[in-house]
Design a protein around this ligand. Structure first.
Ligand code: 6CS
Length: 345
């Protein structure tokens, strides 16, 4: 109750602060401002995405629309973003499925280990053409989230204070994960002790030894400094980190046709931009970690990955049990589409 009141008070304060001097996403004689919130810090992949979004929107609308960007923690927590979108404080948000899956469990499809293609070009091909993802977007729309696009931020890697090459090695390791029940189940299936905590608390959690490990793409491991307080960086390519560009359906429908077309074009171009950027950033930052520390970088062998693949089946069952008919159909479609991509090679 207290939390709810606090959140309402926060919403009201933000509404007053943010709407003074301009209107949210509405054309006035003064200016049109679109607000986009994301989950990362300066220089993160979502941040680069939002700055390119801003550049393109302002250029293609010839300055008629101005974009304001809010980083993690600048206006509430990322778990408030859905409320902010619905209330009009944000017009767009970048949200990873770990954040939205408590509202839309089907979004956890992205956190099924060893399900999606592993090669980056295949991932992009899959995201661009997938009917399963179209269906997933329809489910999100039922929850007032219009997904404009999904993009990839890199494979998730583990950093640990003990070498992990098998699910057996994960025994007793407290690994920080996001709160998504499927992510938690996935690490339970590997014998670890998943410990959800906010992103911004992970560094101190590792430093104070409240946790022994965490999971994130390499670019994040570098920019958040996790490598400084861990002994191993383990690359198993068991899953990837994906994010959605989301808008409020009413806001979107109120845009004129020309603006919608500009937006579609921008979102398409951004997908290419961010795929290239994430590759460059993840590669560069792995080198930066190598140079700046003596953390041991380990790549799991195909045989070791197979053992994890087998163990991950228990979590697949958890996913199946957490979604209804639509979710099961999405899973079936993804499996078929991924198999088709594999066979076409
Ligand atoms: O681990 C997390 O919670 C975060 N990781 C990344 C790479 N982006 C945002 C997210 O909240």
């Amino acid at each position: 109750m207290y939390k709810k009141l606090l959140s309402l008070a926060l919403l009201l304060t933000l509404a007053i602060l943010l709407t003074s001097g301009c209107t949210t996403g509405k054309e006035t004689e003064e200016k049109v401002v679109w607000r986009i919130g994301h989950e990362e810090v300066a220089g993160g992949i979502q941040d680069l995405y939002c700055y390119e979004f801003k550049r393109l929107v302002e250029e293609k609308t010839e300055g008629k629309v101005q974009v304001e960007i809010y980083r993690a923690g600048e206006i509430g927590g990322v778990t408030d973003y859905l409320e902010f979108l619905q209330g009009g404080l944000l017009n767009f948000a970048i949200l990873n499925p770990g954040t939205t899956s408590t509202t839309v469990p089907e979004n956890n499809i992205f956190y099924n280990h060893f399900l999606l293609p592993e090669e980056e070009d295949d991932i992009q091909l899959f995201l661009r053409n997938s009917k399963a993802i179209e269906k997933l977007n329809e489910v999100n729309l039922q929850h007032e989230m219009k997904v404009l696009d999904w993009f990839f931020e890199g494979h998730n890697a583990w950093t640990t204070n003990r070498l992990v090459r098998s699910p057996q090695d994960f025994k007793g390791i407290r690994i920080r994960t996001m709160g998504s029940p499927l992510i938690v189940a996935s690490y339970q299936a590997y014998n670890a002790n998943p410990t959800p905590m906010p992103y911004m608390e992970v560094y101190s959690g590792l430093q104070l030894k409240q946790i022994d490990a965490q999971v994130n793409p390499v670019f994040a491991i570098q920019e958040m400094g996790f490598y400084e307080v861990q002994d191993y960086l383990i690359i198993g390519k068991q899953d990837g980190f994906f994010a959605a560009t989301v808008t409020n359906p009413e806001f979107y429908e109120a845009l004129d046709q020309e603006t919608k077309e500009i937006l579609t074009e921008i979102i398409y171009d951004l997908n290419d931009f961010i795929f290239k950027k994430q590759r460059q950033l993840n590669e560069e930052r792995l080198e930066m970690i190598r140079e700046a520390s003596d953390i041991e970088i380990v790549e799991l062998t195909p045989e070791e990955r197979d053992v994890f693949r087998e163990a991950a089946q228990a979590a697949r069952e958890v996913f199946k049990g957490s979604v209804g008919e639509e979710g099961l159909e999405i899973l079936r479609m993804v499996e078929e589409e991924v198999a088709n991509i594999r066979e076409a090679k």
